[in-house]
Design a protein around this ligand. Structure first.
Ligand SMILES: Cc1cc2nc3c(=O)[nH]c(=O)nc-3n(C[C@H](O)[C@H](O)[C@H](O)COP(=O)(O)O)c2cc1C
Length: 408
């Protein structure tokens, strides 16, 4: 007996049973320590075609990989003994305060990841105090998103052939008190996403045998889809007279709308119909950043559409320093693409960006655990930013400068 006491005491001192978590979403989230974990859960829960639509990029996906990898070219030069007892990541974006320098990028067809889609993401963004950008290709309307959020909303537009339709959406965004117009300029034609080609994946998804099998293997996702309203391009539908039931012809209508003749003159046209700040999204060279700044654009999102358009385009993070050196403080610079950790955001800020944008990070979270997943993703990124700042010896965003990195 005496012999047993010692091992039992030792065992007792190290054994610690956590209470059993009965909430499945909390259980799922408890196992996610970072965005890569959220991605892994989303991959399990979503049908393959849906996951690949979110996760994939154009052609060989070289740019998709490079967007994230390029953050690895930057290393920190951490300063120590700098009293980081209080670290404040508060910053400004388009002149207004944000708790940390991040905005949520527009993603079309968000309801494919979770039935609440854009409404869930907009609510989570408001709770986090961050701007949320609704896509023209959104599956919730401009007005429906405003109805669930009194936070900062931006509206993303394409320069489409049907300018009347675009002007109508811009007017609706203004009426619904959206703060900024985000004009996406990297889509003269649609990029070729070969995962979607291989799977025959289309938007909205067409139901074939493959889709049925995929759906049966992912019953939770299928239940969510079948118990909610039909997924449709909510903003375009209203304006075209096409409704959700003609979704396929609507998708054809939309892809015919991409206008290869778009030019800088079109940006001036937007200025004439929109009074608020404009963000140009999809700038990929110093020259185009200079033109944007010369036009008085308020913010430039360095972006290659998350590697979904032109493969072998440069990573956004590699463009920050040359663009900032060329245009000075004439426009805010947003780094959009490849951000998976708060340390990526800190690197971008140190290189000279005003903020970052994330797309896939919140989509993985939405697919993994719905709205609570997005809350979790945004709070993880915020915590990461503060922790990274403490570890490099910066107590505020103004102190995050190029002296704290090498390789930008
Ligand atoms: C599934 C998906 C849909 C997207 N839809 C749009 C869109 O409708 N409009 C747009 O301007 N960008 C769209 N993007 C690009 C994002 O706004 C953003 O540029 C990109 O996701 C940033 O890269 P990240 O995913 O690595 O953060 C989409 C991206 C994804 C992943």
């Amino acid at each position: 007996m005496e012999q047993l006491r010692k091992p039992i005491d030792t065992l007792r001192s190290v054994l610690q049973f956590k209470p059993i978590e009965t909430d499945p979403v909390a259980r799922r989230l408890a196992r996610c320590a970072n965005v890569a974990d959220l991605r892994a859960v989303a991959k399990r829960r979503l049908p393959r075609g849906v996951f690949d639509y979110i996760d994939g990029g154009a052609e060989d996906e070289a740019t998709l990989a490079e967007n994230t990898r390029a953050f690895g070219d930057i290393t920190f030069r951490p300063r120590v003994l700098r009293d980081v007892g209080v670290v404040d990541a508060t910053s400004t974006l388009l002149g207004r305060a944000v708790p940390f320098p991040l905005a949520l990028a527009p993603t079309g067809f968000t309801r494919i990841a979770d039935p609440a889609g854009e409404l869930a993401v907009a609510r989570a963004a408001e709770r986090a105090g961050l701007p949320y950008t609704l896509s023209t290709m959104g599956t919730q309307s401009i007005e429906a998103v405003r109805a669930v959020s009194s936070g900062r909303l931006w509206f993303q537009v394409y320069v489409w052939r049907d300018r009347g339709l675009v002007a109508d959406m811009v007017a609706r965004a203004a009426a619904a008190d959206y703060e900024a117009l985000v004009i996406t300029v990297d889509t003269a034609v649609l990029g070729r996403r070969e995962r979607d080609v291989r799977r025959g994946f289309s938007l909205p998804p067409k139901i074939g045998l493959g889709t049925l099998v995929d759906g049966a293997l992912h019953p939770a996702w299928t239940r969510g889809l079948l118990s909610s309203d039909p997924i449709r391009f909510a903003n375009v539908a209203g304006s075209t007279g096409l409704d959700g039931t003609t979704a396929v012809s609507l998708a054809e209508y939309v892809s015919a709308q991409f206008d290869p003749s778009l030019s800088w003159r079109d940006i001036e046209w937007f200025r004439s119909i929109w009074n608020g700040p404009i963000v140009i999204k999809g700038v990929q060279t110093v020259e185009d950043a200079v033109i944007s700044a010369d036009l008085g654009i308020e913010a430039i999102a360095l972006s290659n559409h998350g590697g979904r358009q032109l493969d072998h385009a440069p990573s956004p993070v590699s463009l920050i320093a040359p663009v900032v050196d060329a245009i000075g403080g004439r426009a805010e610079i947003i780094c959009d693409g490849g951000v998976r950790r708060g340390s990526d955001i800190v690197k971008a800020i140190a290189a000279g960006a005003s903020a970052c944008m994330v797309g896939r990070a919140y989509l993985y979270a939405l697919g993994a655990a719905g709205e609570r997943g997005v809350d979790r993703c945004l709070s993880m990124l915020h915590d990461d930013v503060r922790r990274t700042m403490a570890l490099i010896g910066a107590t505020d965003i103004a102190g995050v400068d190029r002296s704290l990195i090498t390789g930008s």
